[in-house]
Design a protein around this ligand. Structure first.
Ligand code: AMP
Length: 115
């Protein structure tokens, strides 16, 4: 299985990659919703959070720790930021390859619009 993010991880299509290790890759979102909008993706294709298994414990933890490190590098650790993972239809997941959004650089407003 391949995805657009897998192609970015393998360097087959361009992206503004700011971090990569053996488990995760981070790059800037092509349509940023905030001054800082970075995606932290698993190097292997895991379609959704629903597909995580105990074998993925390390990659899931790595995503969080890399997010913390990038938030410091991007200068938003003190002002604050949001980490967000969309899972399937109701969350509006567009790319079925596990990724965490790191959003910051301005007040982000409420987590969800009230209906
Ligand atoms: P989600 O809705 O959680 O699946 O988020 C997918 C995100 O991937 C969106 O914010 C898109 O703007 C972003 N995206 C899609 N294609 C690319 C790409 N080639 N490079 C960087 N970001 C992308």
């Amino acid at each position: 299985m391949t995805t657009i993010f897998a192609q970015i991880v393998r360097g087959e299509i361009p992206a503004d990659i700011i971090y990569q290790d053996d488990l995760v890759t981070a790059f800037r979102d092509i349509h940023p919703l905030a001054p800082v909008h970075i995606l932290i993706v698993s190097n292997e294709v895991i379609p959704t959070v629903n597909d995580l298994t105990i074998e993925d414990e390390q990659v899931a933890g790595r995503m969080m720790l890399v997010a913390k490190k990038i938030a410091e590098q991007e200068g938003v650790a003190e002002s604050g930021y949001r980490l967000l993972i969309n899972c399937r239809d109701h969350a509006g997941q567009e790319v079925y390859h596990l990724h965490m959004h790191l959003l910051g650089g301005r007040p982000l407003g409420p987590m969800l619009a009230r209906q």
